[in-house]
Design a protein around this ligand. Structure first.
Ligand SMILES: NC(=O)c1ccc[n+]([C@@H]2O[C@H](COP(=O)([O-])OP(=O)(O)OC[C@H]3O[C@@H](n4cnc5c(N)ncnc54)[C@H](OP(=O)(O)O)[C@@H]3O)[C@@H](O)[C@H]2O)c1
Length: 316
């Protein structure tokens, strides 16, 4: 079935046990009627805690990675929307066929889309999880509208750096939190109307001066005491949203809607993301790029924290 001949011994990064990453040949799987196999060139990198599956349900050995971009190598017999040779990006969380730290991945066709016009594979591979999660937070959970005052808490990370730009695209005024001079400069560069230190400093004073009548919405990409103080400045009837994984979870409060959600992939979801990317000049900040064989180094960099944007793995 594949129109491109897969290499005989494609490489994957396998997590043989929770402590070690190693590169090894791994068998290529045939596409089933609804699946699409992609040959990857680049992919985004999720943090280590998200690689073992929800509630630690992982079975070892495990091929890591929940998103990426590449070229379609083969499609199942019922797949019409995609064809071999297409440039695509994809998001498949907990894929039973294995993750994206590999030269080939087989995914359900609905979780794959053509790369949006302005993106090369490096940037497309960095954005499926973060882009869908940011967009669904701003549009579907918070319903951000023109003129609203919005706080993106944790705006220098993978999701936040996109959410901040998407909120601006919807016409909101944005207060972005980050840390350090470099973090604050980074979020200003991405278009924040105001930048405040989310780890140190007087966040309450910053939020009150940003929106004296209260903020309309907060997208929380990190949790803790400073976030809670920020939420105190949300007006009655305002909204706070956070993707599952943010810890500690924001506390419930009377008069404020607190919404938890997951970024999801599908044909409609990718169309929505593609439109946002094609009609704007959204930047996809890439803080570092590593070869597949250096996946362990990439994880160590992530573990040190304070990554401005996203780290990507180069598969080829
Ligand atoms: N459920 C889903 O579908 C889904 C999808 C994607 C992400 N997520 C979750 O969303 C969260 C954000 O993901 P991400 O990929 O954007 O993470 P990330 O790249 O690590 O970014 C985290 C951001 O939060 C800031 N931050 C971290 N700890 C902080 C603290 N204690 N106080 C103030 N700021 C803090 C970081 O700034 P510094 O530079 O100061 O560290 C950074 O700006 C994670 O919890 C992740 O698990 C969930």
């Amino acid at each position: 079935m594949p129109s491109r001949k897969p290499c005989a011994r494609p490489q994957s990064i396998i997590l043989a046990d929770p402590r070690c990453c190693r590169s090894t040949p791994f068998p290529c799987r045939r596409s089933t009627p609804t699946k699409c196999s992609s040959q990857l060139t680049r992919r985004g990198l999720a943090d280590g805690t998200r690689t073992c599956g929800p509630s630690g349900r992982a079975h070892f050995p495990l091929v890591l990675g929940s998103d990426g971009a590449g070229i379609v190598a083969a499609v199942g017999s019922r797949v019409r929307r995609l064809k071999p040779g297409d440039r695509v990006y994809a998001y498949a969380w907990d894929n039973p066929k294995g993750g994206f730290y590999a030269e080939y991945v087989a995914v359900t066709a609905e979780t794959v889309a053509h790369t949006p016009q302005p993106l090369d594979l490096k940037h497309a591979g960095a954005i499926p999880v973060t882009g869908l999660t940011a967009l669904q937070g701003i549009d579907d959970a918070l319903h951000v509208k023109k003129g609203q005052a919005v706080v993106v808490y944790g705006a220098s990370g993978g999701v936040g750096s996109l959410a901040l730009q998407l909120a601006k695209l919807r016409g909101a005024r944005v207060l972005a939190t980050a840390s350090g001079e470099d973090g604050l400069a980074f979020v200003r560069e991405l278009g924040a109307d105001m930048a405040a230190d989310g780890r140190h400093g007087d966040i309450m004073a910053a939020v009150r001066s940003f929106a004296p009548d209260g903020v309309d919405a907060v997208l929380a990409l990190a949790g803790g005491g400073t976030l809670e103080r920020c939420i105190e400045a949300v007006r009655g009837g305002g909204r706070v949203a956070y993707p599952n994984g943010v810890e500690p979870r924001p506390k419930k409060r009377r008069g404020i809607e607190i919404i938890s959600y997951d970024g999801t992939a599908g044909v409609r979801e990718f169309e929505h993301l593609g439109r946002a990317l094609e009609t704007s000049k959204i930047k996809i900040p890439i803080a570092g790029e590593y070869g597949l064989a250096d996946a362990e180094k990439a994880h160590k960099r992530l573990a040190r924290g304070h990554v401005l944007g996203k780290i990507v793995l180069r598969i080829r």
